[in-house]
Design a protein around this ligand. Sequence first.
Ligand code: G1P
Length: 285
Amino acid sequence: MAVRKAVIPAAGLGTRCLPLTKALPKELLPIYNRPALEVIADEAVASGVDTLVLVTGRGKSAVEDHFDRSPYLESRLRNQPALSQSITRQTTMVNAVSVRQGEAKGLGHAVGCGEIAVGDESFAVMLPDDLIFGETPALRRLIEVHEATGKAVVLLMEVPWEQTRRYGVVDATPRDDGTFDIHAMVEKPSPEVAPSNLAIVGRYVFPSSIFKKIRNTGSGALGEIQLTDAMLSLAQEEGMIGVMLEGTRLDTGNPLGLLIAGMHYASQDPDVFAELKKAAEKLFS
Ligand code: G1P
């Protein structure tokens, strides 16, 4: 049940960030000084993952290039160890393979595309729009619960009721150890019909049986093959556990979210924080 692979859906068009994403993959937009996907890769590696399964599509080859060697740049940076390390670490810390999602048929479909690279083992799914900052890598906490129970595990976060229609929302009961038993879930419910205000955040650990569930899932909300629908069937048959978010979750799928995530990330460095604070005081006084 060890979890070594993380499927990262990265084929989306990034329409909420246009025109930034007209030619650039949204996964490579900057979080201060790093592409967003590299921050996700760091969390994966810190959680014990050794292989990223990038689910890409047309126009996303820069995502694959970012996790490839760059001999020309490397030779130019031979005498600059820090810069050189900043462009080689992506290939030394983790393996990356990519599969194509030929058509945008939904998150469930995207995860299903990863099957050919994952095979018959438990694996993680990380949504690159959800950046999570905290002391313990969020994915590691999920992997620990999966390794102890064998069940699917998802990250949960309490959201204001009026925001339930932005998320997959669960019906769950608390367990003694602070985790939750998930009985049901629904994708993007209005507050009137939401089973709770506990939303699914973009970190999941699944047994390989989720792939069969995805294959058996038809179009759901928005006419797409929804991961949430496949998860509902898995939860009912095999059980599913929810782990509450610890730390800060930031949505980088829109321009303001990107800016805030960049500032949050930059402010982890005390020197940068001091500069940022000075600049903000001047800008907003
Ligand atoms: C996706 C999932 C949803 C989840 C959300 C978390 O939605 O479908 O269940 O709550 O990510 O960010 P999206 O944001 O892609 O619409």
